[in-house]
Every structure is written in structure tokens, then in C-alpha cells.
Design a protein around this ligand. Structure first.
Ligand code: GLY
Ligand code: MN
Length: 464
């Protein structure tokens, strides 16, 4: 965990932004896989981690703004629990480490909140994504669990999202620790993958790296020869000579900060000429985005500049035609890049996404587009110093999408369907880095991971 002062300062900052009432933080409990005692890998709620640092199940916390109190609520282990799970520090000891002196037991939360509700005091909470926590709020506040998120506090969401989105030097260091793990996951996969191997052999190997070097993966690994399926979690294909593989994977540092890196590499160690041509366009789109990121520009503009590189590159190869400015404005290039350029990254891989995009990725001025492709951009607003984002352009040949658009004669002025048809089995290429917005531009986080054609071929030829 960070030092005690960090948590004290984070809460002090938050308290300045909330006028009155009580802020209620629910930590995450264990999540059963198939019966109560057989649980998924435990993951604390990121907002709870951010303000209270306690990485254990069965905790809640309160900040009472009106009475200037901070309270951690949890139960000490019983002897029985100690027998099964080993000795634990007490709730008091855990609280003191994050600068909190007052602790209560979990059942005391009921009376604290019911007294406050009876006095008509405001209870602030953030939107919930776990059903057990929705039920807890239902019982504490008497609000139907299914409607609980309608009662989340905009004042609190805006304060927390604003604070968590700007990364401090300590947080950037943690994120670079996560990227150091990604480096091993990416280069390890390039070196291990060989014709005849199942995708799962490589996916399992890199998941092991994430577990052995940090807190595990930050989202389910995408490792596939069918990279045209954007979030492909199927690992049963056998790798073959001539295949390119998309490896979109990330790790959590020990303090649970995420990385999210994608590389695409040839299983044999050498790209074909056709693969090189498409790869270079995606690389140029990635580099163009990185060059354009700076405070003040909107991420939507960066997305569109990167998309223009894709459209120009595909036009040069004969897949697109006509005026590429117009093609991008109308969304014709989205046949090849149907997703957004990137998203916020932090304690969560899609950071702050649980707060709802009207408080994070978009606002009154910049609204999410309804256009296919652009509508999948998760962050469209102006950039400010300290934001961490992914930059992840790609080009994909998705047979089902090609067939649909072709049958509808969609964008025939911009797309050369005869040429596209010949690439139906090409797959997909994505290249993703993690950047922090700086004073004048941005910095790519972490030690560089092979990205040029030459560097990827060198790493992918150096087989284990
Ligand atoms: N890395 C997966 C995603 O960004 O959605
Ligand atoms: Mn991503």
C-alpha cells in the first residue's frame, strides 16, 4: 500500500468537494464461483482501495462530512476463521495504516445509516456494479436494489472521478510496474508461440507471468489468431505458420494499477509482405495519435486523426477510395476499425467506467457519437495533464461485417469491396500503448515493448 499520508491527503481532497452529509463506501466482498466457499480471485473495489487502501473482503467505510469523522467498519477474524485462513491483523491495525483511528463492527453500519436517514441527512454513494452491494444498499437505505444507481450522488461521482483521473507520480510508478509485467507477457508470448501450439498454451503462460510478477491479469486475456474478433476469449485454435496473433493483455501491479497493452506478431517470426503493409498502417496510426496528444485537444479529434491515417493507408493499398476526409467524417473506415482509439486507464482497465460516461468520457459539449465505430470511443473529451489513456488503433477484416455492408452497398464510393473480399481471411492487427498526458504532449509509459516491424520480428524469432 502507499504510505499513510497518501490516503489521508486523498480523503482530505475529497472532503473539500462534498458540502454535507455522509459518504458511504462499500468495499467488495468475496464473489462465489459455484458455492459460497469457492470464490473467484478476490478484487477490492477500486474507489475503496483509492481512499482506504484495505485490500480485504468485508469492509465498509464512512466519511461523515457534517461531524468531521472517518470510520472504517469491519469484523475481526473469529478463531474459526483464523484456523482456516490464518492470522489477520485487526480492523484497528488496518485502519491505522491508512490514517483512521475510529473503527466499528459491520453491524454498526445499520444503526449509523438508519439514524442519519431518520434525521434526513444526505447519504452519498457511487454507482454499484456488484449485486450484493446493491442489496446491501437496499437494506440500508430502503431503495429498491434494481434502482439503486439512480440514487448515486452526482456530487460525489464528479469529485471522485476528477480526483482519480489525474495520476500522481506514485500512481504512474505503479502503472509502469504493471507495464513492466506487460513487457514480459508480450515478449514472452512472441518468443513462446510456435506453429502447432494451441492459443491456450501461450495465453496460460502469460497469465502465469501476470500472477507471478504482480496481482494477476487486469482483464481476461485476448490472445487469438482471429484478431478480427475484437474481444476474442476463445483459445482453442492451433497456431500455424503464416498466422498473425493479437495479444491484448494487461497486468495489475501489486497495488492493483492496470496495464493494457496490445501487440500483434507473426507466429513464424516473419511477417508476410501483405501483413507488413497493414501492420505499418496501424503503427503509423498509433504514432500519429501519440504525436497529437496534448492538453486541450479532444480525444475525439485524436481518434479522427488516427482514423485518417488508416483511411489513407488503406486507400494507398486499394481497399478504400475517394476523399478520405469525407470517408472518415461519414465513418466508412469503421469497416476496418470499428472501435474507439482508447480509454482511461488506472486502478481499473477501463478506469472510472462504473461511474457512467457522462461524468467521465463525455460532457455537455462533447457527446458520444451515434455513428458506427465512433460510438465505441469511450473517451471523447478534452485532454488534460495527468490523464492516462490507451492508444489502440487497429485494422480488421471482419467477414460478417464486410458481407453485411457489401450486401447493403454501404459506402461503395469509399470502399473497394472486390479488394476487401480477397482479405477475408487476413484477421486483424491492433497496436496499443499506455500514455500519460504531459504539459505539452504525452509520454508513453514503461520500457518500450517491441513495436516496429523489425523489432517485433526480432523478438518473435528469438524462440524459447
Ligand atoms: N483491452 C481490452 C479493452 O480495452 O477493451
Ligand atoms: Mn484497451
Amino acid at each position: 500500500m502507499f504510505n499513510t499520508k497518501t490516503y489521508i491527503q486523498r480523503r482530505a481532497e475529497l472532503k473539500k468537494k462534498i458540502k454535507n452529509g455522509i459518504i458511504l463506501f462499500l468495499g467488495n466482498d468475496e464473489a462465489p464461483m459455484n458455492y459460497a466457499d469457492n470464490t473467484y480471485k478476490y478484487r477490492q473495489d477500486s474507489t475503496f482501495l483509492y481512499y482506504f487502501g484495505i485490500d480485504h473482503a468485508n469492509f465498509s467505510a464512512l466519511i461523515d462530512i457534517d461531524e468531521n469523522k472517518e470510520i472504517v467498519l469491519g469484523n475481526d477474524f473469529t478463531l474459526d476463521e483464523t484456523v482456516w485462513m490464518g492470522p489477520q491483523s485487526t480492523v484497528k491495525e488496518k485502519a491505522v495504516k491508512v490514517g483512521i483511528k475510529v473503527t466499528q463492527t459491520l453491524p454498526q453500519l445499520d444503526s449509523y445509516i438508519s439514524n442519519a436517514v431518520a434525521q434526513g441527512r444526505k447519504i452519498h454513494f457511487i454507482p454499484q456494479y456488484r449485486y450484493d452491494n446493491m442489496l446491501k444498499l437496499q437494506s440500508l437505505l430502503g431503495i429498491d436494489a434494481r434502482k439503486i444507481n439512480e440514487y448515486a450522488s452526482p456530487e460525489l461521482i464528479i469529485a471522485i472521478a476528477g480526483q482519480r483521473s489525474i495520476k500522481t507520480a506514485d500512481e504512474l510508478k505503479e502503472m509502469e510496474n504493471a507495464i513492466a509485467i506487460s513487457y514480459e507477457m508480450q515478449v514472452g508470448a512472441m518468443r513462446l508461440a510456435k506453429p502447432g501450439m494451441k492459443e491456450r498454451e501461450v495465453a496460460g503462460f502469460i497469465e502465469g507471468i501476470a500472477r507471478s510478477m504482480g496481482s494477476g491479469i487486469s482483464f481476461p486475456i485476448i490472445f487469438s489468431r482471429n484478431g478480427q474478433t475484437l474481444h476474442n476469449h476463445y483459445y482453442e485454435n492451433t497456431l500455424a505458420n503464416g498466422d498473425i496473433v493479437v495479444n491484448d493483455s494487461g497486468a495489475e501491479s501489486l497495488l492493483h494499477y492496470a496495464s493494457d497493452i496490445t501487440r500483434t506478431f507473426p507466429v513464424s517470426g516473419k511477417f508476410s509482405q501483405k501483413q507488413k503493409e497493414i501492420y505499418q498502417i496501424v503503427l503509423d496510426a498509433n504514432l500519429t495519435a501519440i504525436k497529437n496528444i496534448r492538453p486541450g485537444i479532444t480525444y475525439k479529434e485524436v481518434h479522427l486523426k488516427s482514423s485518417k491515417v488508416i483511411a489513407d493507408g488503406l486507400k494507398a493499398l486499394g481497399f478504400m477510395k475517394g476523399n478520405t476526409n469525407e470517408a472518415v467524417a461519414k465513418g466508412a473506415h469503421a469497416l476496418f476499425m470499428p472501435h474507439g482509439l482508447g480509454h482511461l486507464l488506472g486502478l481499473d482497465v477501463h478506469d472510472l467506467e462504473n461511474f457512467g460516461e457522462k461524468y467521465t468520457g463525455y460532457n455537455e459539449k462533447i457527446k458520444r457519437s451515434e455513428q458506427f465505430g465512433l460510438r465505441s470511443l469511450r473517451y471523447g473529451k478534452s485532454l488534460i495533464k495527468g490523464l492516462v489513456l490507451t492508444v489502440e488503433p487497429g485494422i480488421y477484416f471482419i467477414p460478417e461485417l464486410i458481407d453485411k455492408w457489401k450486401s447493403e452497398k454501404k459506402f461503395t464510393q469509399f470502399i473497394n469491396y472486390n479488394a476487401v473480399d480477397k482479405y477475408r481471411k487476413f484477421g486483424g492487427i491492433r497496436i496499443e500503448d499506455n500514455i500519460v498526458v504531459t504539459e505539452k504532449g504525452c509520454r508513453v509509459l514503461g520500457k518500450p515493448i517491441p513495436k516496429t516491424i523489425e523489432d517485433v520480428e526480432t523478438a518473435a524469432s528469438d524462440k524459447i
